[in-house]
Ligand binder design. Structure first.
Ligand code: SF4
Length: 362
């Protein structure tokens, strides 16, 4: 492994991608980019990152922003507690620490939404402190380099990975080393087809020499995601659409949505929707037609979403909100001013493509 670090850094100097968060590095840019990048592909993050920095160039702009404005920039990225925690942390730093991040691991860990990974990333990538940054790419590279046979998420495997990285980490090049390891996992030591012939670590890679590359990392059997059937309704009245805001706690906090809910056993999607509108809003509705079926996967659920156009049986009235904290009647073109979950965004896209879907009245 002696030459690996030198070879890795040389490779990285040539092969690294020109990513927006690498152009200007600060604790704030590292923080936002690393939170966006967790469980999300780099290509997808780029436009979100640019949009975020157009709107919130520094900690103080986050401090001044409303939670809804932050949520709108995060719309579609998932993990909606993240912008909420970003806001809390920005408020603390702006009001108590002059907008500056502490350079101490324990102090960083006390900030909302900052765990071991993000704290290490800020210390290493922004402050050049010798902390290893262990994401899924790095886990995969080390598990292959060292041919780790334990299940990757076990404490034994994690301990081995950390020990290897602490041994390799050059104290004065922490940022480049950590970025290079992540980049190697993203570009060369890929999950399905690692390109070992282009790898700066090939000569010392135990997984490669022992023919175990495709058996590493060892993963736990995936839990089957739970299938869920849900109905939701685009409710019209006088060319406006009804939307409601989810509560600040629980799944997809503070996002807006088209009302609806889960089907009960033996219930049709239509019956479920009529029941949900009554139970959650005290609205009596009739269904006009089925707009579409959307399939969307969340971390633990596979949702089949039945979307209907519907109308009130009576004149518009005040809803009795049971599952939401706020509601609005809005024109279709105003929907873009609110933050929605990914599945509802697909409905909005459909409405944009066919605006007459809204205007066609029975
Ligand atoms: Fe990954 Fe192959 Fe490089 Fe080993 S030699 S670290 S398996 S790309």
């Amino acid at each position: 492994m002696e030459h690996f670090v030198y070879d890795l850094l040389d490779w990285f100097a040539v092969a690294k991608r020109d990513l927006p968060w690498r152009r200007h590095v600060s604790p704030y840019t590292v923080w936002i980019s690393e939170i966006m990048l967790q469980q999300t592909q780099t290509e997808r993050v780029i436009s979100y990152y640019r949009n975020w920095f157009d709107n919130f160039p520094d900690i103080f702009s986050v401090h001044k922003a409303t939670e809804d404005a932050l949520l709108k920039c995060w719309e579609g990225l998932g993990y909606y507690s993240r912008p909420k925690n970003i806001k809390k942390t920005a408020d603390i730093l702006a009001s108590q620490n002059n907008g500056l991040f502490p350079e101490d691991y324990q102090q960083l860990m006390q900030l909302p939404g900052i765990g071991p990974y993000t704290a290490s990333a800020i210390l290493s990538l922004a402050f050049e402190k010798p902390f290893p940054v262990i994401d899924a790419n790095v886990e995969r590279v080390v598990s292959r380099l060292c041919n780790i046979s334990e299940v990757i998420k076990t404490s034994q495997a994690q301990k081995k990975i950390r020990t290897v990285l602490l041994t390799l980490l050059p104290k004065d090049k922490s940022r480049a080393f950590n970025q290079a390891m992540m980049e190697l996992g993203a570009l060369v030591c890929k999950p399905q087809r690692p390109d070992c012939s282009k790898c700066p670590g090939q000569s010392c890679c135990q997984g490669y020499h022992q023919g175990e590359v495709h058996n590493r990392p060892v993963k736990r059997k995936k839990k089957q995601s739970i299938p869920l059937e849900v109905s939701a309704g685009v409710l019209f009245a006088q060319q406006e659409v009804f939307i409601q805001k989810r509560p600040p706690h629980g799944l997809m906090p503070n996002l807006w949505e088209f009302p609806g809910g889960k089907l009960k056993k033996g219930e049709t999607p239509e019956a479920a929707l009529v029941r949900e509108f009554w139970e959650e809003l005290h609205f009596e509705i009739s269904i006009l037609d089925k707009m579409t079926v959307i399939r969307h996967s969340y971390t633990s659920f596979r949702v089949t979403l039945h979307i209907f156009r519907c109308q009130l049986l009576y004149e518009p009235q005040q809803p009795c909100l049971k599952a939401a904290v706020e509601s609005r009647w809005v024109l279709p073109e105003q929907l873009q001013d609110f933050a929605f979950p990914a599945a509802d965004l697909k409905v909005i896209e459909l409405l944009k493509k066919d605006p007459f879907t809204i205007l066609r009245r029975p």
